[in-house]
Design a protein around this ligand. Structure first.
Ligand code: SF4
Length: 709
């Protein structure tokens, strides 16, 4: 057929932050026909042809069945013109009657950078609301805050190759084997005599199979472990004094703070519930190994002290000068395919645009001048949890959710649903027709999905790659940036939203990144600001910055010891360990941990379409230590119900006796929801406690009761 004669196109996987290159065969016409299988792109520097099972099942998820095909207002199919008029009318009315802050946007790491840029510009630049946040808040915002505190900018200094080159690889709060599978395969393949791997995680996950040492620490005690390491490095002569003096500030305060808590290995071991010998072994290996990478992910970030945990890790790398060098550095593993792109455009509530903050001197005026607007808000907006609280209080009159499913994913999900139900106008743009969130939409807009849309994403190593269209849009679906531009025009800002193509949006984004950059800011795409349409189409993966100094991008930053702060010095951050407040008190109460499984993605809206992916774990489960299964009166293979202290939710699942669980702790998956099961909503059990700096919710910790069913 014509379909199979077409040349495959290069694009990127839409799931995790590894950002693998994918070869996909264009299809015209019938989307229901069997799609040709996808394969890994051998030329892509993230995966060199490898794909994990989610990536290699992508062709099973591209049928148009279940897609949002047409705009709908209050459930009725309408024309695009009518839908866009309704959206613009609702926003105009809210702004006139209640001020710009009555409009809020909740975006997603599934959006392409061009979409993110358009949303941020429309909201902050022209509607004048600061309330723009994203589901990256649930994923990476603690790492972002830690980077900013230490480096002066949200920068991942290293690259994937460092994880292969490291002689000591520390994986903390990361089940990379399941959540970043191709990167994990790269780490595994890089094994060689003398290379050591330490996995720090309360659970013995698939990733721990790679570990020479697994530290199954008590949940929430990570800062203590790394503060103890800082003291060990100081007391055993393992510091790089020259580096600290020349390139950093605040070391003495950070060390003093670390000495305030339990810091001797024996004390650390007791507080973290680890064998003392294991703590000493970890500290010795770290002290002795110049090429050390510490990779961290949601296990660190999703915490009420996630920012401090990130800085406790970074402190140890600064103290040994192990940053910006090959095979050395702290490395934040991003969750979503474009969580980084959203951060670049300023899609978080506390940032303005292009790595500029609201309080960056002159930034508001400069960005306003660039966009041609004087409506930029003066102060940061609400972060995700606060934002939905504001919706619940009735302060938000128009809420626009794009490409995400907060009714399932945010903590205390019944509160979130209630908030959305009572919000006067809820607009949802999504490629999937039926989700728990689209069901709450007053206006539903069909957004292009993977394979239909065209743009760029940035993965965990700052690598910008193209996502390319290879399918016709389902129904009347449109690109998100186009939808936003149409609304901008209807609100009277036609000049600012004149883009004809995704390339136009990208060029503007690249120009803004270079605006008044005195060289301190690393995020700079100035060499991409004048790409021709053809060059944009052909763009090969490239790691930012891409500017005069680094025209072909740059794998490692801060190699010269000059950071993004005003004085060029990195900052140690004095952090005090704080353990989570809630503790089990009554019989039947355990500590809950939530996370992903290997073959599903987020709330399953796409991955559940693939028969192959559903096989791995076909139903919600509850993992407990075998001893707990017995003493809680449960049976492996039987059903149990978890209930939270807030009495809001319940999680029904099948009990599995897992020796890799710590006693007194339970693990449940985050994916199942109202569309796929009866009552297995992990987020309904999570109390919305957040990190005071990043606003990231504590999704890895809570207290629940377990009962047999
Ligand atoms: Fe996609 Fe991540 Fe798997 Fe790569 S590792 S194929 S980006 S899900």
């Amino acid at each position: 057929s014509n379909q199979t004669l077409q040349q495959p196109r290069r694009t990127t996987c839409p799931y995790c932050g590894v950002g693998c290159g994918v070869m996909a065969t264009p299809q015209a016409g019938d989307r229901e026909a069997d799609s040709p299988p996808v394969s890994g792109d051998k030329a892509h520097p993230a995966n060199f042809g490898r794909l994990c099972v989610k990536g290699s099942s992508l062709h099973e998820t591209t049928g148009s069945q279940g897609q949002t095909l047409y705009p709908r207002v209050l459930g009725s199919r309408v024309s695009w013109d009518r839908a866009l008029d309704e959206v613009a009318g609702a926003i105009r009315e809210a702004v006139e009657s209640h001020g710009p802050e009555s409009v809020a946007f909740y975006l997603s790491g599934q959006l392409l950078t061009e979409d993110y840029y358009a949303a941020n510009k429309l909201a902050k630049g022209f509607i004048g609301t600061p309330h723009v946040d994203t589901n990256s808040r649930l994923c990476m915002s603690s790492a972002v805050a830690a980077h900013k505190r230490a480096f002066g900018e949200d920068v991942v200094p290293g690259c994937y190759e460092d994880l292969e080159l490291a002689d000591l690889l520390v994986l903390t709060g990361s089940n990379a084997a399941w959540n970043h599978p191709v990167l994990y395969q790269r780490m595994k393949a890089a094994d060689r005599p003398g290379r050591r791997v330490v996995v720090i995680d309360p659970r013995r996950t698939a990733t721990a199979e790679l570990a020479d040492l697994h530290l199954a620490l008590k949940p929430g005690t990570d800062t203590l472990l790394f503060n103890g390491l800082l003291v060990w490095l100081a007391d055993t002569g393992a510091l790089d004094r020259g580096y600290i003096e020349k390139h950093c500030q605040g070391f003495d305060e950070a060390l003093a703070a670390a000495r305030c808590g339990a810091f001797a290995p024996q004390q650390v071991a007791r507080a973290c519930d680890l064998p003392e010998q294991d703590v000493v072994t970890f500290y010795r290996w770290f002290a002795d190994t110049a090429r050390t990478v510490t990779a961290f992910s949601q296990g660190i970030n999703q915490s009420s002290t996630g920012t401090d945990k990130g800085n406790a890790i970074i402190n140890c790398h600064l103290a040994t000068g192990r940053i910006g060098r090959s095979g050395a550095g702290p490395f934040s593993l991003t969750g979503q395919p474009n969580a980084m792109g959203g951060r670049e455009v300023g899609g978080l509530a506390n940032t303005l645009a292009a790595h500029m903050e609201y309080d960056t001197p002159g930034a508001r005026e400069r960005v306003g001048g660039f966009w041609g607007t004087d409506r930029i808000p003066r102060a940061p907006g609400h972060k995700a949890v606060e934002l939905f609280d504001a919706v619940h209080r009735g302060e938000i009159k128009v809420l626009w959710v794009m490409g995400t499913n907060p009714a399932v994913s945010l903590p205390d999900s019944s509160h979130i649903r209630e908030a959305m139900k009572h919000c006067p106008v809820v607009i949802v743009s999504d490629c999937i027709a039926r989700t728990d969130t689209t069901e709450l939409a007053d206006i539903l807009l069909p957004a292009e999905g993977w394979g239909e849309k065209d743009g760029t994403v940035t993965n965990s190593e700052r690598c910008i790659s193209r996502q390319r269209r290879f399918l016709p849009a389902a129904g009347d679906a449109r690109a998100d940036w186009r939808i936003l531009a149409e609304v901008g025009k209807r609100l009277g800002h036609g000049d600012a939203f004149r883009w004809a193509t995704a390339a136009d949006v990208f060029r503007e984004h690249a120009r803004l990144s270079a605006l008044d950059n005195d060289g301190a800011r690393q995020f700079d795409l100035s060499s991409l600001a004048h790409l021709t349409d053809d060059q944009y189409e052909q763009l090969s993966p490239v790691q930012w910055p891409v500017n005069g100094k680094h025209p072909r991008g740059c794998a490692r930053l801060y190699a010269d010891g000059r950071f993004s702060t005003n004085d060029g010095r990195a900052r140690f951050v004095a952090v005090q360990p704080r353990v989570p407040a809630a503790q089990p008190e009554q019989a039947g109460e355990v500590i809950i941990n939530t996370g992903r499984i290997r073959d599903q993605w987020h709330t399953m809206t796409r991955t559940a379409r693939s028969p192959r992916l559903v096989q791995h774990r076909s139903e919600p489960f509850i993992d407990l230590h075998p001893d707990d299964v017995v003493h809680l009166g449960l049976e492996a293979g039987g059903l149990a119900r978890l209930t939270g202290r807030n009495d809001q939710g319940a999680f029904l699942g099948r009990v599995r006796a897992e020796p890799g669980q710590r006693r007194g702790e339970v693990f449940v998956p985050i994916h199942w929801n109202g569309q796929f099961s009866l009552g297995a909503l992990a987020s309904s059990l999570i109390v919305p406690v957040t990190d005071p700096i990043s606003g990231q919710p504590e999704s890895k910790y809570g207290v629940v009761s377990v009962r047999p069913v």
